[in-house]
Ligand binder design. Structure first.
Ligand code: FEO
Length: 393
């Protein structure tokens, strides 16, 4: 797909509607976009390649966008294969092309393309590259979300080529080409952010401090729509997300039930919270719903109820896996209330407390409620008290 996004600057990325799992783990029912851009100035710069899954299609877009010209530079902002796997093919097609990237990215070339040599230009934070009228300024962004990452800013057009930052799941043919054409950018933008970059709030903060003084006019990420309007909206979201702030008032209930008893309890708590006036209650059945969406909601809300069955003297696997993922993603600054279920030796509560205790600024509120097999009439008072405790926070 070719579209102009700024003077002399066009989009030459591709949609992937055949992909079921991005990074072999994230569901992408709306597909995925691998974005790439082209700047035609006195010198010609290609901004990143794409996943080789759509390599031929991308090469055709590139050819059309070049209008008979030959690229001088390939700017590589990120070496993960969804953006870098066509580097060798491009270099073979245009042997004089020089790869502009950080030294760490250049070092990774040898790992991905063993035995190949490339002409390279290493850039450091603040370095510039003149294309004629356009000047690209490089800002390193280590650990957003790989160590070699850089973004670049076109000083003439105000376009920020932001690498994975400000990306989202979804092909552009399904979600819209520009952010303002996307009916609900934040839904998949948030799921993408917390699952890809959630662990790296500190590095995202460092990047935001470099980007904000530039007041970019357009943000051109490596996935998802090009952002050109109300950029403050996206920047504010990134500020909240990267500082682990609460985005939405409400409670998230995550439930892992083996035979339905714990699910009944979680459903009861959802209804009680709504009756008590909780502004929003999000719900995930960890045994069936998208795990990445559960991670997203855990970060979105400040409060969570986790209701889980006991299993093998520990915690039922879907809940264990969920908490393990939250640990990996540096989940923090949250309040949690717990419900455990156990028919003969309840053990889920102990494991949940151990795992939550290892996380930063995670506070367990109220008395953990223990259910024996099925919720009884006399369990309701303790559950109501737990709902009140989390709502009060
Ligand atoms: Fe889109 Fe980190 O690769």
């Amino acid at each position: 797909m070719i579209r102009n996004i700024a003077p002399d600057t066009c989009y030459i990325g591709v949609d992937d509607l055949d992909l079921n799992l991005f990074e072999s783990q994230y569901r992408v029912p709306e597909g995925m976009a691998y974005n790439s851009y082209l700047i035609l100035d006195d010198k010609v710069a290609v901004m990143d390649t794409v996943d080789e899954r759509k390599g031929e299609e991308w090469l055709a877009c590139l050819e059309e966008g070049l209008q008979g010209r030959i690229p001088d530079y390939l700017v590589v902002h990120h070496m993960e294969p969804d953006h870098s796997s066509m580097i060798l093919s491009l270099a073979q097609r245009y042997p004089g092309i020089r790869i502009v990237a950080t030294a760490k990215a250049i070092a990774l070339l040898g790992q991905f393309f063993e035995g190949s040599s490339f002409e390279t230009i290493a850039v450091k934070d603040g370095d510039t590259l003149s294309l004629g009228h356009h000047t690209l300024r490089f800002l390193t962004a280590p650990m957003v979300h790989w160590p070699e990452v850089a973004v670049s800013y076109d000083e003439l057009t105000g376009v920020l080529f932001s690498a994975d930052a400000f990306g989202k799941f979804g092909a552009l043919s399904t979600c819209g080409f520009f952010g303002d054409e996307d009916g609900d950018w934040v839904c998949e933008g948030r799921r993408y952010y917390f699952n890809i970059c959630g662990k790296y709030g500190g590095p995202v903060q460092v990047l935001l401090k470099k980007v904000l003084p530039l007041s970019p006019k357009v943000i051109a990420p490596l996935h998802g729509p090009v952002l050109r309007k109300d950029l403050g909206y996206y920047l504010d979201l990134y500020e909240t997300w990267s500082t682990y702030g609460v985005e939405t008032e409400g409670v998230f209930i995550a439930c892992a039930s083996i035979h339905g008893g714990t699910l009944d309890v979680a459903t009861y708590l959802r209804d009680r919270l709504l009756e008590m006036g909780c502004p929003k209650v999000a719900f995930s059945d960890l045994t069936r719903d998208d795990p990445a969406e559960a991670v997203e909601d855990a970060f979105r809300y400040g409060r969570m109820i986790l209701a889980a069955s006991s299993y093998d003297g520990g915690l039922f696997t879907p809940a264990y896996s969920f908490l393990h993922t939250l640990q990996m993603k540096a989940w923090q600054k949250r309040k949690v209330a717990l419900v455990e279920n156990g028919s003969w030796a309840p053990s889920a509560g102990r494991v949940m407390k151990e795992m939550l205790g290892a996380m930063k600024d995670v506070e367990i509120v109220g008395e953990t409620v223990t259910i024996r097999s099925r919720m009884k009439e006399n369990d309701r008072a303790a559950l109501d008290k737990l709902a009140e405790a989390i709502l009060k926070q």
